[in-house]
Structure formats: C-alpha cells, structure tokens
Design a protein around this ligand. Structure first.
Ligand code: GDD
Ligand code: MN
Length: 393
C-alpha cells in the first residue's frame, strides 16, 4: 500500500511523478566556491537517482563566487533542489550537519560538490541501507575496486597516516574513515547528533567516534576523481583541525580542548620568555628591562599563536588584531596579579614553594583562558562581509 501523504500543491508539481510519496533520500552538498561544479553535480545526481524520490540540499557558506545564486536559479525550475545559505560562518562538518538536519527523509547522504566523488554509487548505497541491517554506507577509496586517483605521494602518505590514526576512534575496521562521501539512516543521525564535535572536515569520523554504540556499516568502493574546476579548500591547518578532533574525542569529555591548547601555547610562551631573557641579559641589558622585554615577547607570542590556532574560528585581523593584543595583555596582566597574590598567600600559610607556585600559575592560566575567551575572542558572529564581484554579475 502506498501512503498518500501531502499531495503536492499544484504550483509545485513534482516532475514526472503523479503520485507524491515524500522524499526518500536527501543528498547534502556542502559548497564553498563551487559555482561551476554544483550545476553539473546536480544534473548527475538527477541522472543517477532516476526512479527515486530524491532532493539535493546545497549548504553554501556565502561563497564569494555566487554559488548560492547559481543553485537558487536551478531550484526555481526544480523543486527537488534547495539551498541553505549560511552567513558569516565556515566549516565543512558544520555545513553537513545543518544540511542533514534540515531533511525530513529517512535517508541522508553527503557528497562533495566538486565531482570528485562518484555519484553513481548513490543508488547502490540506498539499496544497501534498505535491504541490509546497516546504519551507514561509506564510499571507500581504500578497499578493492577503490582508489585515490591522481594524488601526489605526499598527500597520499598524509591521508594514510591520518586514516591509521582515525582507527583509534572508530569501533570497527572501517577502511576509509576520512571519506567525505556516505549515506546513513536519519534516525541514526538523530541518536548521535548531540554528541558530534562538529569541528573541521571529518564529519564521517566524527559520526563514528561520537556514536555510543558501534555503527553497522558497509563500504562500497569508488575511485576519487580529479577536480576540474575550482580548488581544494583543505589547507595546512586541516592537519591541526584533525588533531583537534581526535583530542576532543579522546579527552574532550573531561577538559575543554581549547584550554588544553591555550595551556600548551602558554608553555611555549614560558620557554620563549626564558630564551629571550637569557639573550637580553647576555647582551648586557639590566635584569628589569630584560624581564619586561621577555614578558612582552611571551605575551605577543601567546596572543598570536592562540589567535592562529586556539581561536582560528574567531581569528582577529587588522585593527581587531591590535585591539585583541591590547586586551589580551591587560587580561594577562590581571592574571599575573592573581597568580602572585594567590601564590604568596599560600606560601605564607604553608611554606611550600612548589605547591604555592604551581597553584598560582594554574589559577593565572585559568583566569587568562576564561577571561580572554570572553574579552579578547568573544563568540560573536562576524558582520556580514560584503560580497565581492560574483561570478554571475
Ligand atoms: N559549506 C562549506 N563550508 N563547504 C565547504 C567548506 C566550508 O567551509 N570547505 C569546503 N567545502 C566543500 C567544498 O566546496 C567541496 O564541495 C567539499 O566541501 C570538499 O572540499 P574540498 O576542498 O574539495 O576538499 P578535498 O577534496 O581536499 O577533501 C575531500 O576529500 C577528503 C578525503 O581525503 C573532502 O571530502 C574531505 O571531507 C575528505 O576527508
Ligand atoms: Mn575536493
């Protein structure tokens, strides 16, 4: 029996389907500057999923090349296509999660817009999910029949190492946990979604690592294609983001990952401080000015590294960078006062210099972290950036 839910309104007649059965599979396509690729991909998905009730949800982070407009134009003619345009936000995993959550279908898939993934796998993935006891089907480069295409040796090696590392987090022998191409049951997503880290590029790994029970999965092979238009958005920071995700999944339950980074960078600051002090003293500078120079240098290095790594998602640039540096210096100054005050009070009472010193340093670090996260790197949305010339105007 076919349920007739919501007959399609006449203005939105779903082409070639007299009977509207509701969308079965939502294909989420994250995009950033993919105005040339997105229309091609949508055409190919339509071809691959003939006979299936599908929809495409493009999640675009306000690409300067006007990807969202290009897709909206297609959506005007094809109600199976829609766009979520996110303003002032970036991030592949976050985009995928939002796209998947905006779907009401029983199955959701994620595929890159740049035609590097093989869309002809989609009907096979759907079939596997419907006929076998599975939670997720993964497009895999690392099983027989799959391949990484024209990658240079160094990228292939990095991917291999990252894949091996990922296996620490995945319960089960998933050969391609870094894949950005997969399909899963929506109810499985609902079970996991609140545990997701949502950071960085590795949404599939995030899903596997965040699920409380081992996911039942199957891998289907495909050959990673070469990108024809546009360029990859993976930069050198991707490796850092990846390590952040792994750390978050391993220890994030107990300590905020940002604090761990902040403390590590603080440690680097202490080392720099001592090196600078040593150099300044041997250059004949008096102790007091030498100590001031070393302190300022350490503050500057801590600020810059935190701005680049710990708060890369809220990075301050231009004039904001200068103001950030000033506020960070003030915050750390207050932190130092708290540090010395507490350490001295403890020392007067217990006369244990190590305990007193460490407690003071710890309180100072927590203060610096907590206050700078509010004052220097507040979690406010960036103002909507002006669009540069769009590809279509
Ligand atoms: N919305 C949104 N926001 N989309 C993004 C962003 C972002 O910040 N960054 C990248 N994308 C989109 C791209 O437009 C593309 O459709 C897809 O995400 C993949 O980005 P690429 O820049 O092409 O990544 P890649 O080809 O280097 O990496 C792919 O392969 C890896 C496997 O090694 C991705 O699929 C990775 O997820 C995958 O791990
Ligand atoms: Mn790509």
């Amino acid at each position: 029996m076919t349920l007739r839910v919501n007959p399609a309104p006449s203005t939105v007649s779903v082409a070639h389907n007299l009977e509207y059965r509701g969308i079965e599979i939502s294909v989420v396509v994250p995009t950033f500057n993919e105005s040339e690729n997105a229309p091609l991909l949508i055409g190919r998905i339509a071809e691959a999923l003939q006979g299936v009730q599908w929809e495409v949800i493009v999640v675009d982070d306000d690409s300067p090349d006007g990807t969202a407009d290009v897709v909206r134009e297609i959506a005007q003619k094809n109600p199976r296509v829609r766009v979520i345009q996110r303003i002032g936000r970036r991030g592949l995993s976050g985009a995928c999660i939002e796209g998947m959550l905006s779907s009401s279908s029983p199955y959701v898939a994620v595929i890159d817009a740049d035609l590097q993934h093989d869309e002809t796998l989609l009907p096979k993935m759907l079939h596997a999910l419907k006929t076998e006891q599975l939670d997720v089907v993964v497009g895999s480069r690392y099983i027989a029949g799959g391949g990484i295409g024209e990658w240079d040796a160094s990228r292939a090696r990095i991917s291999r190492v990252a894949t091996d590392l990922a296996r620490i987090l995945v319960k089960g022998d998933l050969k391609d946990p870094m894949s950005g191409f997969f399909m899963l049951r929506s109810d499985v997503l609902q079970d996991i979604v609140r545990n997701l880290s949502g950071q960085g590029f590795k949404i599939l790994l995030d899903l596997f690592a965040s699920s409380e029970r081992p996911l039942r999965f199957k891998e289907l092979p495909y050959k990673f294609r070469t990108r024809q238009f546009g360029e990859s958005k993976l930069d050198h920071l991707v490796i850092w983001e990846y390590l952040t995700l792994i750390m978050d999944k391993l220890i994030g339950k107990w300590v905020p990952i940002r604090f761990v980074m902040f403390a590590l960078i603080g440690g680097i600051g202490v080392i720099l401080h001592l090196i600078a002090l040593r150099i300044a003293l041997s250059a004949g500078i008096e102790f007091e000015p030498a100590q001031i120079i070393a302190t300022l240098l350490a503050i500057f290095s801590n600020f810059t590294l935190n701005n680049f790594l710990t708060y890369r998602d809220r990075r301050l640039r231009g004039v904001r960078f200068i103001w950030g540096l000033v506020s960070f210096t003030l915050v750390c100054g207050a932190g130092a006062v708290a540090n010395v005050g507490i350490a001295s009070a403890l020392f007067t009472r217990h006369h244990q210099w190590l305990l007193a010193g460490l407690s003071g340093a710890f309180i100072g670090a927590v203060w610096n972290y907590a206050v700078s996260s509010i004052v220097t790197w507040p979690n406010r949305r960036r103002p909507i950036p002006a669009r540069k010339a769009t590809a279509r105007s």
